[in-house]
Design a protein around this ligand. Structure first.
Ligand SMILES: [Zn+2]
Length: 162
């Protein structure tokens, strides 16, 4: 059973989720005694506004256009790392790109479905998959720390376009 799933594939819901995500990021930073600086906020918005995962250099490019000044890559990386540390942004390892994380406070399975056509990503959370992985790791006496499953295919809108 899928316990939770993101609506990244649906644009209208994504707009709504950006507002909620910013509010969530603000309160999370406050609770963690961290500063949600203007730069961190901009990087967060850029990643969330895009329906496809963005590489750090793409984030840097958009950031430079938005602020009208050149930003150095380490600054962008630090902001992305900060957001990842709070669970607000997730890295899609096989693409080396970043997306907004729709369930920042949940202990999630990081189970991604990535469309090969439109590059959009849906994040799905399944307690059954989590439990299965824990059980397999347990049998192998493997101390798993985190898992990230990336599945490539075709989303429903790209499939019906054909
Ligand atoms: Zn698609």
């Amino acid at each position: 059973m899928l316990t939770n799933y993101s609506l990244v594939f649906q644009e209208s819901n994504r707009q709504k989720s950006i507002v909620a995500a910013i509010k969530h990021a603000e309160s999370l930073c406050m609770a963690e005694n961290q500063n949600f600086t203007a730069l961190r906020r901009l990087v967060f918005e850029i990643i969330w506004e895009n329906s496809v995962p963005l590489g750090a250099y793409e984030v840097k490019g958009i950031l430079s256009r938005k602020t009208n000044k050149s930003v150095d890559p380490p600054t962008v990386y630090r902001a992305i790392e900060f957001l990842m540390g709070l669970g607000l942004v997730t890295k899609i390892s096989s693409l080396n790109a970043f997306i907004g994380c729709p369930f920042p406070s949940s202990t999630r399975s990081n189970f991604f479905m990535i469309c090969n056509e439109c590059k959009r990503v849906a994040e799905v959370s399944s307690s059954e998959i989590d439990n299965e992985i824990k059980s397999i790791a347990g049998k192998l006496s493997f101390a798993s720390e985190r898992q990230q499953i990336e599945i490539f295919g075709t989303c429903i809108s790209c499939k019906t376009d054909k």
